[in-house]
Design a protein around this ligand. Structure first.
Ligand SMILES: Cc1cc2nc3c(=O)[nH]c(=O)nc-3n(C[C@H](O)[C@H](O)[C@H](O)COP(=O)(O)OP(=O)(O)OC[C@H]3O[C@@H](n4cnc5c(N)ncnc54)[C@H](O)[C@@H]3O)c2cc1C
Length: 310
């Protein structure tokens, strides 16, 4: 048995990477197959995700588009589709639209006749055809001369005024925490999540050190009687889990694993949602082990985006 402290990492190094690289990095957390990442692995990985409909992985690639539309009627038609998963700012024919690869794909699948949707997806498809190849409309995606689409670069997003910045700037965080904490974090609905899968991961394998990893509970002092009780419970549980794996699948054996089990979770959200999360998860009412990671994370966000979080 292995015991680690909880931790987090702001994934801002990913912001500089291509959509495919970002999606692969996050997607592989489910299978703990990060060792398979190399210079050529991203495109086959994301193509497979798109083909197999593992759509939540495609939420980890977010792009902001600047759109100029000379036909106001086409803008109105976009709003008639009630785009739930796009963040939109609109002034006359100028639009700023942020969405994930999944959001744009599904807009095309469900609203293929909407000119704005076709124009956005045509732009994205010309740069990232592997995301759209299986869902292109029969008559293709011709450019619309009344609609111009360009990508907004990250540096320009970071220069937006605070409320637009909060809406359009997305950032990912990787948490290494216990399962009780991830169960609470995933209640925040506007976020995208990917989590280490106990169905796929077999902790008896060499790559997991043939052992179960647990998160050190912040409630019990190291040499206290309570800590000893917890420690024994984890040892016993690990033994039962490993014994079950001799005859059962990981998804069956995991039924004995407890809340203290270590898990990895990537949370991807815009700054407005992070602000909401910090409001709820850093106060005295929040669970202490949640505060253990959220308070220092909040401090990091404050120093990165003082206009939004201070
Ligand atoms: C101290 C504490 C104790 C808690 N105790 C419990 C408990 O005992 N049992 C329990 O089940 N949960 C509990 N929760 C979880 C809580 O009920 C929420 O599910 C969780 O905090 C997510 O927050 P949220 O709903 O405000 O917003 P999020 O899901 O983060 O959504 C952000 C915003 O999006 C909007 N939004 C999202 N989805 C919808 C929607 N469907 N309709 C309308 N607006 C929407 C809202 O404006 C919302 O403020 C607790 C949370 C805390 C912080």
């Amino acid at each position: 048995m292995h015991i680690v402290s909880p931790s987090f990492e702001v994934l801002d190094n990913l912001d500089q990477e291509s959509l495919a690289v970002r999606i692969e990095f996050c997607g592989r957390i489910c299978y703990k197959s990060e060792d398979k990442i190399d210079q050529n692995s991203a495109l086959p990985f994301v193509t497979k995700m798109a083909e197999h409909g593992h759509n939540s992985v495609l939420e980890m690639g977010v792009v902001t588009l600047q759109i100029h539309c000379r036909d106001e009627h086409k803008v109105t038609k976009l709003f008639f589709t009630q785009p739930k998963y796009l963040h939109i700012d609109h002034r006359g024919g100028e639009l700023l639209i942020t969405g994930s690869v999944r959001a744009f794909r599904e807009m095309l699948m469900f609203h293929p006749d909407c000119g704005m949707v076709r124009a956005m997806c045509s732009y994205l498809n010309s740069r990232h055809p592997y995301f759209f190849s299986t869902i292109l409309p029969k008559n293709g995606l011709q450019d619309d001369p009344t609609i111009s689409v360009t990508k907004m670069e990250l540096a320009d997003i970071d220069r937006l005024p605070p409320e637009k910045l909060a809406k359009h700037r997305h950032i990912g965080v990787k948490f290494i925490v216990n399962r009780a904490i991830t169960h609470e974090i995933v209640r925040h609905r506007p976020c995208s999540f990917l989590q280490e899968s106990q169905r796929y991961c077999r902790y008896s394998d060499d790559k997991f050190g043939s052992e179960v990893t647990f998160i050190k509970p912040m409630f019990f002092e190291k040499d206290s009687p309570e800590y000893s009780i917890w420690h024994k419970a984890m040892l016993d549980t690990e033994q039962m889990y490993l014994q079950l794996l001799e005859t059962s699948s990981p998804q069956a054996a995991r039924t004995v694993l407890p809340n203290s089990c270590k898990t990895e979770l990537i949370v991807y959200a815009n700054l407005a949602e992070w602000r909401h999360i910090f409001n709820l998860r850093t106060t005295k009412a929040a669970e202490p082990s949640m505060r253990e990671v959220m308070i220092p994370l909040h401090e990091e966000f404050k120093s990165r985006f003082p206009n939004i979080f201070s």
